[in-house]
Design a protein around this ligand. Structure first.
Ligand SMILES: *Cc1c(COP(=O)(O)O)cnc(C)c1O
Length: 486
């Protein structure tokens, strides 16, 4: 690929008068000339002018500069970048689904509403919850919605004093952010040296001012929180509710259900666990489930199944007592279709295999690499785990260097410098969809990088060497992004 290519915009390739297509005279031409003069622009817009091959090559080359799950192994921790079967995309793009209008009368979209209702039901079964809303657009949006449900619950009981949310120090940043957006005060609870929640510290924080405790299980270190039954009892005894951040549901699928563990409210990231490609801010979906007794607070609208004149029908309904609308229409429908297709194609048995396989793959990599990389917390992990950089600290090679060097070998980097519990965090999540050969390939390259760090550290410190862009200044890119031409 031409390395200078990334420096050029389609505007740079523009040649005055060059065209890709000729638009014929159409029936609107006359209408345009009769528009009032004050609505017409004085000169033509500055659009790029290029021939078709130039346009196609420009965008095709740009798309090939991206790394994706479809181009290589993507062990990004905390994100579940699993391979998403193409059949789910095909189903979501069926014209009978994607040509629907959200305002169509329910009687004309019974199939779509059935798919929607089936997913609500399947997620309730998977999560062990009474009901799910599919309205939220992302995990963070689900957290906000779930916390709004919790607030509505406390307020419905006249309990106005509950204004705090307790969040572990290992939590994903969206947890405290969502609590703050919901108007609640965030209180942090520490983790023990083994990476799990400090139950005694949590107990000491519980009182009548606590609205909810948010937990992720397995937590952000990929560790299963074993004290959930005890925590659930404590939290409920103090009158608060227990929230489950389900972004890490992958290793639990078909194995354990948050509802059975005592969680009251949960969200699921369909774009992590249920087969929607994500990254780069693509469309997501963060359905929220609640235990029995909290259904009435869920946002409007939702889809119900009713019997009418001996026939099964699906209706879009609004409930009294609901916290109201949190999205337009019914959420990200195509993401929901992909999730339903994924669940139905895997079936109960297939889904129940995903969790154990993800766990096996993570432990396999962890045990294979712990002689070269520092494993701060020993023992069995679930779907992901965290190294604290290279074991040999004398080389001066950092986690950033290792991540950059991986790009040279054709692998996406793991998550780096998160979670914040360690200085050189390198967080690896292989997912259940990678073959043994792929895992072995990654392990081999990680060992090679560790050897390079000992023998020839400069090659790692100056990586990447084969990518069109090397080490951009992340701070400048974030603070001073160039988002438009000129
Ligand atoms: C990804 C993630 C979230 C946030 O989900 P988004 O869909 O990115 O908003 C929350 N918690 C955990 C543990 C996550 O991994």
């Amino acid at each position: 690929m031409n390395a200078t290519h990334y420096d050029r915009l389609i505007y740079d390739l523009s040649v005055k008068g060059r065209r890709g297509t000729m638009l014929g005279k159409n029936r609107f031409d006359d209408a345009f000339s009769s528009l009032p003069g004050n609505l017409m622009r004085g000169e033509a817009p500055a659009l790029p002018e290029a021939d078709e091959p130039t346009v196609v090559r420009h965008y095709t080359n740009l798309s090939m500069g991206n790394f994706g799950v479809d181009t290589g192994f993507y062990p990004l921790g905390s994100c579940t970048m699993k391979y998403n079967p193409k059949i789910n995309e095909e189903i979501a793009s069926m014209p009978s689904f994607n040509r629907l209008h959200p305002m169509q009368p329910a009687d004309t979209v019974q199939g779509a509403l059935k798919a929607y209702h089936d997913l609500q039901t399947a997620l309730s079964e998977i999560g062990g919850m009474a009901e799910f809303t599919l309205n939220p657009y992302a995990g963070a949006h689900g957290e906000l919605t779930g916390l709004m449900v919790i607030r509505a619950y406390h307020m419905s009981r006249g309990d106005m004093a509950r204004t705090k949310v307790i969040v572990p120090d290992s939590a994903h940043g969206t947890n405290p952010a969502s609590a703050a957006v919901a108007g609640l005060k965030v209180v942090e609870v520490k983790s023990l040296a083994d990476g799990t929640v400090d139950v005694d510290a949590l107990r000491s924080l519980l009182d009548g001012s606590v609205a909810a405790v948010m937990l992720t299980n397995p937590n952000t270190l990929g560790l299963f929180e074993r004290s959930i039954p005890e925590i659930a009892e404590m939290v409920h005894d103090c009158g608060a509710l227990l929230y489950y951040d389900g972004a890490n549901l992958n290793p639990m699928l078909g194995v354990a259900r948050p509802g059975d563990m005592g969680f009251d409210v949960m969200h699921i990231n369909l774009h992590k666990t249920f087969s929607t490609p994500h990254g780069g801010g693509g469309p997501g979906s963060g359905p929220v489930g609640v235990r029995a007794g909290l259904e009435q607070f869920l946002p409007n609208p939702h889809v119900v199944k009713v019997e009418e004149g001996g026939e099964t029908k699906y209706r879009v309904e609004n409930r009294d007592g609901s916290l109201g609308r949190i999205s337009s229409f019914l959420g990200n429908f195509t993401v929901e279709l992909k999730a339903l297709a994924y669940i139905l194609t895997l079936g109960r048995e297939g889904l129940a295999l995903a969790g154990p396989l993800a766990t096996l793959a993570a432990n396999y990599i962890k045990e294979s690499l712990k002689d070269d990389y520092l494993l701060p917390i020993e023992g069995l992990c679930k779907h992901e785990f965290v190294f604290d950089g290279l074991k040999d600290k004398s080389t001066g090679v950092t986690t950033l260097d290792v991540a950059k060097r991986l790009l040279d070998y054709g692998y996406h980097a793991p998550t780096i410098y998160f979670p914040l519990l360690f200085h050189e965090s390198l967080m690896i999540e292989p997912t259940e969809t990678e073959s043994l050969e792929t895992l072995d390939g990654f392990i081999g390259v990680m060992r090679t990088i560790a050897r390079e760090a000992r023998e020839n550290p400069d090659i790692v410190k100056t990586a990447p060497h084969n990518t069109p862009i090397g080490r951009p200044d992340d701070t400048v890119a974030a603070l001073n992004p160039k988002l438009k031409y000129c």
